[in-house]
Design a protein around this ligand. Sequence first.
Ligand code: UT7
Length: 320
Amino acid sequence: MTSRIIGTGSYMPAQIVTNDDLAKVVDTSDEWIAGRTGIRQRRIAVGESACGMATEAARRALESAGIDPEELDLILVGTTSADHCFPSAACEVQGEIGAVNASAFDVSAACSGFLFAMNTMQAFIQSGMYRTGLVIGVDCLSKLIDWKDRGTCVLFGDGAGAAVLQASDTGICHTMMRSDGTKWRVLSCVSRTNGNLLNRKTPELGYLYMDGQEVFKFAVKRVPECIDQVLKESGTAVEEVKYFVLHQANYRIIESVAKRLKQPMDKFPMNMERYGNTSAATIPVLLDELNRSGKLNFGDKIVLSGFGAGLTWGATLLEW
Ligand code: UT7
């Protein structure tokens, strides 16, 4: 028994912010941003909330799967930028879509959030505990960014993607997830706090901090390693894989992974040019685009791989 993806959906905010728009507020240029990252524009949530984006992506995924919300046993949301400290974004989405028979909670693994949530869903379904689940990756990092810091503000965008998983004989073949908590500082964001009665702390602003070069070095080492591992452990040759759907942070990271795996770039679809790095949403949004454009056929072998704050990283091999 395993689980398979039976439907996908995504939602991107309406407002487009181009590199030229950003060059008006910080000392940067389209040439620098596109040349170093591959990003040309991103979507920024103005009227949309994280829960609203996740809910819309979820509705589209359920429609594509052809199932009713009442059939869901479990809802997992990978996010680090939910609208509320509590309850979970997953419970908010559950309420919005009317998934009255599900339990729901969030998975906090930053940009690896969707992958970690999907692998967790797979474990629940494989164990026989649940049959049908909804996995969402949503982030709204625009509200955590210091818009005066050109080193980070040009990189990220907002959005949501979702997938419905169901018990099946074929589908997810192999998964791996890893973390290195000794490196948590290289990509982090302080929780906003008001202090308390006794310590009277001054409220801190929780801006996102990133040591870009450390994260870059980590990604180009760990991503090919974990992909190699899932392929080896499942007895799959790298040539058998049709697409590598990787976290969309930087095209140079993806080029480096392709080189290390000795695979052609056309096996590595990308959309960071249009959306930037949407954190937990990048993988399900790209998967939804591939699915809706008819590029995925039954039995195709696909590798998903995410990496991000924690540090966290992982890979999943599945048959479409
Ligand atoms: O999903 C989370 C995972 N995050 C990532 O995967 C990010 C991984 N890291 C990266 O993608 C890259 O490290 C960045 C794109 C963030 C930065 O690229 P880089 O080639 O590592 O640049 P750098 O940080 O070494 O900066 C080079 C120069 C610096 O100027 P000096 O010191 O050489 O004069 C920076 O101040 O570029 C400058 N710089 C900029 N210039 C124009 C930094 N940001 C900008 C900017 N526009 N936006």
